[in-house]
Write a protein that binds this ligand. Structure first.
Ligand code: BJW
Length: 236
């Protein structure tokens, strides 16, 4: 069922791990792969924190080196391509706020993308506070290209850290006529609260997800199915 374009000018689209699942990137919390989102017996909540990094930096850097390497071998799927088409064609405001740290929206051709949880292909130097493109590994503690200190960490947002560009996200939500959430479990805040923010600010809200999420009851409408099918159906 295609989008009803008539009264809608400004759109905010929130994407989560489910939009990249059909590209072969594991989600965090659904147990469809039988591993229940675990990595070598660690839950994401146990490796994606500043405390975990302080306690066992090798474990955390290995986890991210492995994922950075894997992501570079993956390709955008029909959901990313459909969103990129919408981005190209939509004349009103549009912002794809992704919680994903992969670059599959961009590789599909989307331009209006904001990475609220950072990007795998960036490293952040904790000595000089500069972020740089980084496609190699971090486990050997390479020198920061700017200051030379061996103080690089993945440029991703861990639990307890402030997601990026919250002011820009809330400004877009204030202007939005339609808020669409795609492939996210609604387990992690502040992203999980955007649907309520959008409701309060007067936008229509639509969820596209494989299963009902923790926040499904907040949406005006939920459509269930794999993103690779239901996102193109919605866009086209
Ligand atoms: C498909 C599909 C297919 C599958 N097609 N769909 C108590 C209450 C409330 C909040 C808190 C609390 N205690 C602590 C907090 C705050 C905390 C939090 O939310 N904790 C929860 C565990 C409760 N949040 C934070 O700390 C955040 N910072 C913060 O709050 O700062 C203060 C602040 C306050 C107010 C305003 C602003 C700031 C930071 C959160 C950082 C999250 N980081 C991670 C790791 C990033 C790096 C990395 O990739 O390793 O981000 S955790 C992980 O979860 C990752 C994801 O972006 C995030 C969300 O996961 P997502 O995308 O929803 O994936 P899944 O796996 O959960 O779900 C996949 C979905 O897809 C499922 O629904 C499937 O059904 C579906 N699906 N296949 C369509 N083919």
């Amino acid at each position: 069922m295609p989008i009803d374009r008539n009264p809608i000018r400004n759109i905010v689209i929130l994407t989560g791990a489910g939009v990249s699942a059909e590209s072969g990137i594991d989600t965090f919390r659904d147990a469809n792969d039988g591993r229940g989102g675990l990595w070598e017996q660690h839950r994401v909540e146990d490796v994606a924190t500043p405390e975990a990094f302080a306690r066992d930096p090798d474990l955390v850097l290995r986890f991210y080196d492995m994922r950075r390497e894997a992501i570079q071998t993956k390709k955008p799927n029909p959901a990313h391509h459909a969103l990129a088409r919408l981005d190209k064609e939509w004349e009103g405001q549009l912002l794809i706020v992704t919680q994903n740290v992969d670059d599959l929206h961009e590789r599909a051709g989307a331009r209006r993308v904001l990475h609220m949880h950072g990007e795998h292909l960036n490293a952040w130097c904790t000595a000089c506070d500069v972020r740089s493109r980084w496609t190699g590994t971090l486990i050997e503690r390479p020198a920061c290209p700017r200051c030379g200190e061996p103080a690089l960490r993945p440029d991703v947002v861990w639990f307890g850290e402030m997601p990026y560009e919250m002011d820009r996200i809330f400004a877009a939500l204030r202007d939005a006529d339609l808020f669409v959430s795609i492939g996210t479990s609604g387990a992690v805040y502040p992203a999980a609260g955007f649907v309520r923010n959008a409701n309060e600010l007067g936008a229509r809200t639509l969820e596209l997800n494989l299963d009902r999420s923790q926040g499904s009851h907040w949406f005006d409408e939920t459509r269930l199915g794999p993103a690779g099918r239901i996102v193109p159906e919605w866009v086209d």
